[in-house]
Design a binder for this molecule. Structure first.
Ligand code: FES
Length: 89
C-alpha cells in the first residue's frame, strides 16, 4: 500500500467535549490491523460546528481521506479506515 489513510481529527473545543478525545487514542492505541496504515493529524476547529443549519451538534468531526465522518465515534472511524484500506488494496 503506497499511501497511508489520512485521519484528520478535529480537536477544537466543541468536538473535543463531544468525544474527539476518545478518537485521539487511535494515535497510540489503534487496532493492530490498521495501525501501520494510518496517519493521524489533529486539527483545531474545522469550522464545521459553526455551520448552524446543517452541522450544528453533528460533531465530533473526522475526515478519513476525503470522507467526512459526522458524530464520529472510535468505532465509526475505525470502520471507515478499514473501508479505505480495502479500497486501496
Ligand atoms: S470544534 Fe470541531 S469543527 Fe469546530
Amino acid at each position: 500500500m503506497a499511501n497511508k489513510v489520512r485521519v484528520r481529527i478535529c480537536v477544537g473545543t466543541s468536538c473535543f467535549v463531544m468525544g474527539a478525545a476518545q478518537i485521539q487514542s487511535l494515535e497510540f492505541n489503534a487496532p493492530s490491523d490498521i495501525a501501520d496504515y494510518i496517519e493521524i493529524i489533529e486539527e483545531r476547529c474545522m469550522n464545521l460546528c459553526k455551520e448552524v443549519k446543517t452541522k450544528y451538534n453533528s460533531g465530533p468531526f473526522v475526515w478519513v481521506n476525503d470522507e467526512l465522518v459526522e458524530e464520529a465515534t472510535y468505532e465509526k472511524v475505525v470502520n471507515k479506515i478499514r473501508e479505505e484500506i480495502k479500497k486501496s488494496c
